[in-house]
Design a protein around this ligand. Structure first.
Ligand code: MN
Length: 212
């Protein structure tokens, strides 16, 4: 029986201070061990004794409109944060390479233009939410932002797809270091993107869509 450990609170893939100076140690520590952990605990409580306990999280997202709002908020909060931690690393190389690089250039005309559009998605998200780079079911790259803890895998998303890169723009992601200056946090984010992980996700997503 694997249901008991189906949803794990994954370890942070680096130390709390690994993303310094771009994201400070205290922010990462509180964000991971308090905020992310609370979403996880609340998610586990929200699905206790329901069919969701044995479902794949992506199937939960595909049917999220059927479930209570506590499931929507906390499943998203659980998944989105894990996804966010894993697409960052110390000394990100700053640029994608290979197939992903070609696809970004083709979709957005240049890497700089992609960065601008993704940054703008984060800057203009009113209130709390997330910026995303994702792939639609035809294999095209898109940028969007979602409110609260929503994501492009959810059936309620304006445009749906497979996420490749995300950035948390909730105040708790940057306030201790950047206060109200969300754009400064967004500029700093580009120094710590784990492009190898984003490229791996891109390859996996293409395969799942049977696109070469
Ligand atoms: Mn967060």
């Amino acid at each position: 029986m694997k249901t008991q450990i189906k949803f794990e609170f994954q370890p942070l893939p680096y130390s709390y201070d690994a993303l310094e100076p771009f994201i400070d140690k205290m922010t990462v520590e509180i964000h991971y061990s308090k905020h992310h952990k609370a979403y996880y605990d609340n998610f586990i409580n929200a699905i206790k004794g329901t069919e969701m306990e044995s479902m794949d999280i992506k199937d939960i997202f595909r049917n999220i409109s059927k479930y209570p709002v506590a499931v929507r908020n906390n499943s998203g909060g659980y998944f989105n944060h894990t996804f966010y931690w894993e697409n960052m690393k110390a000394h990100g190389r700053g640029q994608p390479t290979g197939k992903l690089s070609d696809a970004i250039t083709k979709s957005f005309t240049s890497f700089d233009e992609f960065k601008k559009q993704f940054s703008d998605a984060g800057k203009t998200r009113f209130g709390s939410g997330w910026a995303w780079l994702f792939l639609d079911d035809k294999g095209n790259l898109f940028i969007c932002s979602t409110p609260n803890q929503d994501n492009p895998l959810m059936d309620i998303a304006e445009k749906k797809g497979i996420p490749l890169l995300t950035m948390d723009v909730w105040e708790h992601a940057y306030y201790l270091k950047y206060q109200n200056k969300r754009p400064d946090y967004i500029d700093a984010f580009w120094n710590i993107v784990n492009w190898e992980e984003v490229a791996r996700r891109y390859e996996t997503a293409l395969k799942s869509l049977n696109i070469k």
